[in-house]
Design a protein around this ligand. Structure first.
Ligand code: MF3
Ligand code: CO
Ligand code: CO
Length: 274
């Protein structure tokens, strides 16, 4: 059975209880979320054909340190980069490297910054040069899917309502929802309960309660939902090599809905035409 605990009274570890956070946590998440959004805005101005993804990672690292933040992925389970850069058929956890971006690529940049202990976790899709219609449509569908999931977050609804909203929409657009990765509780921890599945049925799962903090980060494929992990132990790709896209926001449940902590200060989150 799921149980909830007042976060201030709980140990800072994943003990299976869902933490209900207070105003100080929301203030901390607001600050961490705003910083990661600013970082992703900064990356927006860099994206062009020929740019190695390592150059993006370098900018994320420098931005974090300059702003008294720590990239949460650095040293996380042996991961050595400040971001994940997932190009085309890479679903998530692509490792930055010297391979340059190419005209027509779509790339997800995922950054988690720790500010005063609080984790802001967000990702967006970026278009490199001129992107084909099919890729452009996938990016649009994925953003809309995330936002429909977020709109389902309110006390009275459940994680199943969120998953259903995403799955119904994505599949109505002839796309598929990746099952092997999910959103997660976060706060002073990077990955905490509950798991936020991006598929499901109305009324199932965990009831949303004010004070819950978690991510919504659907991965949507143009082809089939199956993924495999490459031999580097991280890079997840679509088995059928179809294109995959992802967006991610960190949110907190309020009395009548939710607050998005990672909104772009420049309004750059929604996809723009390439
Ligand atoms: N930021 C990712 C997430 O959304 C996690 C990346 S973990 C890493 O949860 F080690 F792959 F970087
Ligand atoms: Co996340
Ligand atoms: Co992330």
């Amino acid at each position: 059975m799921v149980s909830y605990v007042e976060a201030d009274l709980a140990p800072v570890k994943n003990d299976g209880k869902i933490k209900l956070h207070g105003p100080e946590a929301f203030a901390g998440m607001r600050k961490a979320g705003a910083l990661v959004a600013e970082c992703l805005d900064l990356v927006d101005g860099m994206i062009e054909p020929g740019l190695p993804t390592q150059a993006i990672d370098d900018v994320v690292y420098d931005f974090a340190l300059k702003n008294d933040a720590i990239p949460a992925t650095l040293g996380y389970k042996g991961y050595t980069k400040s971001s994940c850069t997932s190009i085309n058929h890479v679903v998530c956890h692509g490792i930055p490297g010297e391979k340059p971006l190419r005209d027509g690529d779509i790339v997800n940049i995922d950054v988690t910054l720790i500010v005063d202990g609080w984790h802001g976790d967000s990702s967006r899709m970026y278009k490199v040069g001129n992107v084909k219609r099919a890729a452009e449509r996938l990016v649009d569908v994925t953003y809309e899917a995330m936002m429909r999931g977020i709109e389902a977050i309110r006390p009275g609804n459940t994680t199943g309502d969120l998953g259903y909203a995403i799955q119904e929409y994505a599949e109505s657009e002839r796309c598929s929802v990746v099952r092997d990765f999910c959103g997660h509780g976060l706060g002073l921890l990077f990955h905490d309960v509950p798991n936020i599945l991006h598929y499901g049925s109305p009324g199932e799962g965990v009831a949303f309660k004010p004070g819950m903090i978690f991510t919504v980060e659907p991965m949507i494929n143009l082809g089939r939902p199956q993924v495999k992990i490459l031999s580097d132990g991280w890079t997840a790709v679509t088995r059928d090599r179809s294109l995959s896209a992802q967006f991610e926001h960190s949110v907190g449940v309020t009395e009548d809905g939710c607050e998005i902590f990672t909104l772009s200060p420049k309004g750059l989150h929604p996809p723009r035409r390439s």
